[in-house]
Design a protein around this ligand. Structure first.
Ligand SMILES: Nc1nc2c(ncn2[C@@H]2O[C@H](COP(=O)(O)OP(=O)(O)O)[C@@H](O)[C@H]2O)c(=O)[nH]1
Ligand SMILES: [Mg+2]
Length: 358
């Protein structure tokens, strides 16, 4: 699962990517596409780890891709940056809200609401170009082949165009499940979940975690598959360099309850429709990533294909019940471990122990 960081130049994308992934980008490094992994902070896994004291502790991860900057007019061209965004499962749009006269904003002033509108317009235009090109092809093809599936696709593309022309992103348009499936192959940008990261100035700490309206981004309120996190990349950078104790003290001083970076990663995870289940033991406590709605057998397959193939049953317990019991054996004794079959829909926070035939 990948999230692409996008936005205008000098918004703080690379800075944010570097903190998210813990990978250093030396000042003056040449701009390039960078891919890196962030650990998903999860206090539930931390508590389980404290109980089991395993040799290994493995959190879930999300991959972030730092791509080159977008600019005004990008959507009307075949800009290669757009092609880099298409494979992503979601977009993180970084909006610059910090001022720095020494490092001017490419649009000449600080105005996150304008930048949001500008970028969304480019995405709409880019998708529109894709749909229109497809319609042209189908128009040429249909008289020759006369296939009903081509006609159906053309109808769908006209629906796409109508949505985009009325400035409605595809993620917010109404499509049937089959239509959504047919759209997937086109990798429309406005169909992807959108996480807006507002990069505040380091004096704007009172706005960290503020709702969109307080950031002048009321237009984002209540939109489906859109989330907003306000943070200061500079402050997160400083916090990342501190020891956990000092970081905690620094945050308390600023009145920040939870690290903004944690919230950003968690919002990414949620927006991607992902949940975690856990496996525990003396060797390893680990969080596994699945899509919401995944059955127990498929979930077992994320651990190992053998577990999926030979799946018999899963012993399941909620993470906090397991903590309460103190061990798997104690939970089993109390009858708290449920035996679930292959069709059981795994829930966020379940601890699974898979019984399988080898
Ligand atoms: N004052 C301030 N400067 C920042 C912040 N985030 C990034 N910058 C600076 O803005 C410039 C552009 O940042 P960069 O991450 O390269 O932006 P990108 O072009 O979007 O990748 C760099 O000089 C950063 O140090 C921030 O929160 N506050
Ligand atoms: Mg950059």
């Amino acid at each position: 699962m990948e999230i692409a960081l996008c936005g205008l130049g000098r918004a703080g994308k690379t800075t944010l990517w570097s903190i998210l992934t813990g990978r250093e980008v030396p000042p003056g490094a040449k701009p390039e596409t960078r891919r890196g992994v962030a650990r998903v902070p999860d206090p539930r896994l931390d508590r389980l780890t404290a109980l089991f004291e395993p040799k290994k502790h493995t959190p879930a991860t999300v991959t972030y891709v730092d791509v080159l900057a977008l600019e005004r007019g990008t959507g009307r061209t075949d800009n290669p940056v757009l092609a880099e965004l298409r494979p992503a499962d979601a977009l993180m749009l970084v909006l610059r809200a910090f001022d720095d006269p020494a490092d001017p904003h490419p649009e000449g002033s600080i105005d996150p609401a304008r930048d949001l509108e500008l970028m969304e317009t480019e995405f709409l235009l880019a998708d529109l170009a894709v749909a229109q090109r497809r319609i042209e092809r189908l128009d040429a093809l249909i008289p020759k082949t006369n296939r009903p599936e081509d006609r159906a696709e053309r109808e769908l593309m006209h629906k796409v165009v109508a949505s985009l022309e009325s400035e409605q992103p595809l993620r917010e348009a109404e499509f049937t499940a089959d239509e959504r499936k047919a759209l997937r192959g086109f990798a429309f940008l406005t169909a992807k979940p959108l996480l807006v990261a507002v990069n505040l100035g380091e004096d704007d700490t009172t706005k960290i975690g503020a709702p969109p309206a307080e950031l002048g981004l009321g237009a984002l309120e209540g939109r489906s598959q859109v989330d907003v996190v306000a943070l200061s990349a500079r402050i997160e950078e400083e916090i990342a360099a501190l020891s956990p104790e000092d970081a905690e003290a620094f945050r308390r001083e600023l009145g920040i309850a939870e690290p903004a970076l944690d919230r950003l990663i968690r919002a990414s995870y949620r927006l991607l429709g992902l949940i975690s289940f856990f496996t525990v033991g003396k060797d390893e406590c680990r969080a596994w990533t699945i899509r919401e709605g995944t059955d127990a057998r498929t979930a077992a397959g994320t651990i190992h294909t053998d577990l999926e193939r030979g799946f018999i049953r899963a012993e399941v317990i909620e993470w906090d019940r397991l903590l309460e019991a103190g061990s798997l054996a104690a939970a089993r004794e109390r009858g708290w471990l449920r035996l679930e079959g292959r069709d059981y829909v795994v829930r966020d926070g379940d601890v699974l122990h898979v019984r399988h035939a080898s």
